[in-house]
Design a protein around this ligand. Structure first.
Ligand code: AMP
Length: 214
């Protein structure tokens, strides 16, 4: 089963993707994680996208489509979760073509609905385990008091993302509304759209997603 998690920054796509990986043996394909990895390891492409990402702009379709193309050829396990991809209509068309080339289909697009107020407070409260990438949130899932990550069991640093500040966030939200939200209509027209309320507790949202996926 291949699915897309669609929603604005801070909607909880990464958190829900991690749960689907753990519970359904799916593979998370987060273009944001791939780009951050490229940036941190100092590749040519990573250097090119660093400023674009810090501003909260979108990187080119060509780069992210290339990243996804490569991953689709790897192990499929319980299917792919596209997290933060596609973000434009051109990316959505490219994904359709890539899936078809690999004899794969898209099962569902889960739209996670949240309001902007919630996004700002969620994002500015967010931090990540630098060891395993587990995401914490001061409001809904605080860093354990003993400083040991509940996922990897290590006492690594918990870091804030460079683009999790209010200015970049405002821009990321604008990019979402201008370029990504048209995908809601695109997938609705294809009969793939399932909308869930992303504002509940993590477990409640997880239950809604499981119900939507069947
Ligand atoms: P994310 O971790 O999904 O919030 O992505 C972080 C940043 O990476 C975004 O603000 C963009 O600059 C870039 N990015 C991630 N995925 C895409 C994509 N599919 N298309 C264009 N830019 C992307």
């Amino acid at each position: 089963m291949n699915i897309i998690l669609l929603g604005p920054p801070g909607a909880g796509k990464g958190t829900q993707a991690h749960l689907l990986v753990a519970n359904r043996n799916m593979i998370q394909l987060s273009t944001g994680d791939m780009l951050r990895e490229a940036k941190d390891s100092g590749t040519e492409m990573g250097k090119r996208v660093a400023d674009v990402m810090a501003r909260g702009d979108l990187v080119t379709d060509e780069i992210v489509i290339g990243l996804i193309r490569e991953k689709l050829q790897g192990d499929k396990q319980g299917g792919f979760i596209f997290d933060g991809f596609p973000r434009t209509l051109a990316q959505a068309d490219a994904l359709g073509a890539l899936l078809a080339e690999n004899s794969e289909a898209l099962h569902a697009v889960v739209e996670m609905q949240v309001d902007d107020e919630a996004l700002v407070s969620r994002i500015t409260a967010r931090s990540t385990c630098s060891g395993c990438g587990e995401v914490y949130n001061d409001l809904s899932k605080p860093i354990p008091e003993d400083g040991i990550c509940s996922k990897c069991g290590e006492a690594k640093e918990f870091t804030r993302r460079a683009d999790d500040n209010e200015e970049a966030l405002r821009n990321r939200l604008m990019e979402y509304y201008k370029k990504t939200s048209p995908l809601i209509g695109y997938y609705y027209a294809k009969g793939k759209l399932k909308s869930v309320n992303g504002l509940g507790e993590i477990a409640e949202v997880q239950a809604e997603i499981n119900k939507a996926l069947g």
